[in-house]
Design a binder for this molecule. Structure first.
Ligand code: TYM
Length: 342
């Protein structure tokens, strides 16, 4: 059988489970914007069904979903070029996820490091949704037959599982229906680390606010957090080799490179030899210059929630033109009888 040629299509998602961090911006959103301008069809999603795998206060969930949508747009996602959706408004995601729950194996899910991290010691008390999380993520991607998924490093294992699910489905039903999606994990900031501890990922769930830059932080806060970021006593090397075993120094250089759209080598050619007392203010100025227009625009957009809701409704309609036929074909492959139109 010849393999079908899939239209180049990008899908990615972010959980509205708290504010956006610099990690989300550099590892994901900034790269979503770049791909929007390439020759891809692009679909970006606020994954509210994923967010509720751990407890979310309903009012916070609504606010965070709108704020995330504002963050996407303020960062440069153009609803005229990309389809922007809220996951729960496109029911085919959850419908395909059920099929995938029946394809994926318990053992596959048990190996997921994100589940182990999030469930912690008391896995018996984790929600069933948290366990099944990667099957819903595979459905998010495959309900569009997406070919490329830009993400940060921490999502790599989930994307491998997405390929495993597609392969097993295709094999079980002797079809070549779902593509083997390519993860796109590129650039200097695929893993932005905590500003307080270079061995930990920058995360919205870290109890220390000083560990991260939030996309809603004002200029003074951003500058203060960078000034106080943990470093070591040495200056900046002039080659990347000199950053080995220096996780905090490497992290600040990576952040600079990603914000400046430069490679680490280019940054070090320019900055090598500087002390952190000199480099940190330069980094802070760059971060403020790049991030403060985004936070100002986010504040303007969240003040108009009706406009955001309208955009998301339009996005869901566009999305369903793609997802409804793919779900119909999936049901047919599995052997489900379609409703008769009378
Ligand atoms: P989430 O909401 O945890 O993170 C969203 C995106 O931000 C990236 N990211 C980072 N990148 C670099 N450094 C960091 N410190 C950092 N923190 C977060 C993540 O890698 C991710 O790309 N499971 C996903 C959401 C999801 C999804 C999908 C993604 C649901 N369905 C389908 C892609 C395709 C998640 O929890 O992302």
């Amino acid at each position: 059988m010849t393999s079908p040629v899939f239209t180049p299509r990008v899908f990615s998602g972010i959980q509205p489970s708290g504010g956006l961090t610099l990690g989300n911006y550099l590892g994901a959103i900034k790269r979503f914007v770049d791909m929007q301008d390439d020759a891809f069809e692009t679909i970006y999603c606020m994954v509210d069904l994923h967010a509720i795998t751990v407890w979310q206060d309903p009012a916070d969930l609504r606010r965070n979903t709108r704020e995330l949508c504002a963050g996407f747009i303020a960062s440069g996602i153009n609803p005229e070029k990309s389809i922007l959706i809220n996951q729960s408004q496109v029911p085919e995601h959850a419908q395909l996820a059920w099929i995938f729950n029946c394809v994926a194996r318990m053992g596959w899910m048990q190996r997921m490091t994100q589940f182990k991290d999030k469930a912690g010691k008391n896995a018996q008390n984790a929600s069933l949704g948290l366990f099944a999380y990667p099957a819903l993520m595979a459905a998010d991607i495959l309900i569009y037959h997406a070919t490329h998924v830009p993400v940060g490093e921490d999502q790599k294992q989930h994307l491998e599982l997405t390929r495993d699910i597609a392969t097993k489905f295709n094999h079980d039903f002797s079809v070549d229906f779902f593509p083997l999606t390519e993860p796109v994990i590129k650039g200097a900031a695929t893993r932005v680390m905590s500003l307080r501890d270079g061995s930990k990922k920058m995360s919205k769930s870290d109890p220390s606010d000083a560990s991260r830059i939030n996309m809603t932080d004002d200029s003074d806060t951003i500058a203060k957090k960078i000034r106080k970021a943990k470093t070591d006593p040495d200056g900046l090397p002039s080659e990347a080799k000199g950053l080995e075993e220096r996780p905090e120094a490497r992290n600040l250089v990576n952040i600079y490179a990603a914000l400046a759209d430069q490679t680490v080598a280019e940054v070090l050619t320019e900055m090598g030899g500087k002390q952190f007392s000199e480099f940190k203010p330069i980094l802070a100025d760059l971060a403020v210059a790049k991030l403060s227009p985004i936070s100002t625009e986010m504040a303007r957009l969240v003040a108009e929630p009706d406009e955001i809701d309208r955009l998301l409704t339009a996005g869901a309609q566009q999305a369903r033109d793609i997802t409804a036929p793919i779900l119909r074909q999936t049901y047919d492959i599995v052997g489900m009888i379609p409703p008769k139109h009378v």
